[in-house]
Design a protein around this ligand. Sequence first.
Ligand code: ADP
Ligand code: MG
Length: 240
Amino acid sequence: MLRVKDLHKSFGDNEVLKGIDENIEKGEVVCVIGPSGSGKSTFLRCLNLLEEPTSGEVYLDDEKINDPNVDINKVRQRLGMVFQNFNLFPHKTVTENITMAPINVLKMSQADAVKRAHELLEMVGLADKADEYPKSLSGGQQQRVAIARALAMEPEAMLFDEPTSALDPEMVGDVLEVMKNLAAEGMTMVIVTHEMGFAREVADRVVFMDGGYLVEEGTPEEIFDNPKEERVKDFLSKVL
Ligand code: ADP
Ligand code: MG
């Protein structure tokens, strides 16, 4: 569903991605792990063109999307993204946060959009928060709203960039639970995470990045129990 071929990304002289090849199948859950600064966020952001690759190719289904003729907004609609810091609109209610893009971009009716928002809030366990403003919610609740908001656009895949890193520890479980349910429903997901327990349990495949390279990838058992590369062993010895 997502294919990346020899992806390079530089910021000025700083080459951050040095040739990444990766294929993500429909329905697959791929967790991306690795040290800070290794290029994980940049990789994720190149998948939905929040960053423009310097060279290489990104395909969504069979369409090359890093092409000047491609409508970037259409691509971003097809790939929902959830960030570390939620990025909810502070002056909109929870329901308005979720319905805004479906109404404005998908031209959904207000009534349909609200109905769908309430279904999604039910799904993330926040049915009672529909009319609240983000500031009255905990971080974990805000992040679950952000997930509902991304899902409201009916994306074909979801990209998560450290969705639990900004949360107090007691909030992490609820957010991971929502992501687990999504995975179980067959959503294609690429998740940058430091939650190794989650990656082991939920990922179909774990990808380890370091220094702008994809160093090793495999099943959770292969990566966590029997890593081949020294850099992976070293990283895991520090985080596990
Ligand atoms: P990770 O998510 O693995 O921590 P990032 O992809 O965020 O790594 O960053 C990798 C490198 O790219 C870092 O050195 C960072 O400073 C650099 N970088 C990321 N985004 C930008 C940007 N917009 N402009 C300049 N440098 C950037
Ligand atoms: Mg990052």
